[in-house]
Design a protein around this ligand. Sequence first.
Ligand code: C5P
Length: 222
Amino acid sequence: ARQHDLDGRRILITAGPTHEDLDPVRYLGNRSTGKMGIALAEAAAARGASVDLILGPTPLSPQGTGINVTHVRTALEMHREALQRWPQATDGILCAAVADYRPETVAPEKIKKTGDGLTLKLVRNPDIAAELGQQKQPGQFLVGFALETENGVENARGKLERKGLDLIVLNSPRVAGAAFGHDTNQIQLIDGNKVTSFELKPKREVADDILDRLPAHPTPSP
Ligand code: C5P
């Protein structure tokens, strides 16, 4: 029944971590593997959507047809690629674990150690979700993710409103088998009105639960 329900949709998905360069050989990163976003891309394509996947550094890649993958490393690259594709999308699902900060400067040569410690100066990265939310046109549907260690629903609702999202997926890193690196996830889906809780299940099934919430009648993109 789900096989063609996303025919005609063009879904922008960000996934994976970002790597923020310190010098030619070092970076600051995080433990995202991109599994959830890749599962979303595969599930959406299997249901008929055309998918633009903007994927941070990960050894994993999606299987199947209907997925156009753009590989990026840094938050600034992901930001540029996502903003460029958003006007053509009917829906956006922002799964990436984007670094909040990047080193202020990237050293042109490998940083040498000294007898002292090293202080890094970091600056804020753009919030891709918030910018897409701001540029959202009528008919476009935007989904974000929240990973919270405390006050999950309350913090997730705050992000939903601040970033202009239509739906937010809350996953807790405290649940065994959920979130970073695992093949399973346990989520709550939160919109302005209600919270829906799901069981721990394979990420591909979690992906279908999320895609089931995209609005049924696609509006042509602006
Ligand atoms: O604010 P926080 O990082 O918790 O928000 C998480 C949500 O915002 C996720 O959907 C994530 O992909 C997105 N995000 C983003 N750009 C950032 C930071 C977060 O798109 N710089």
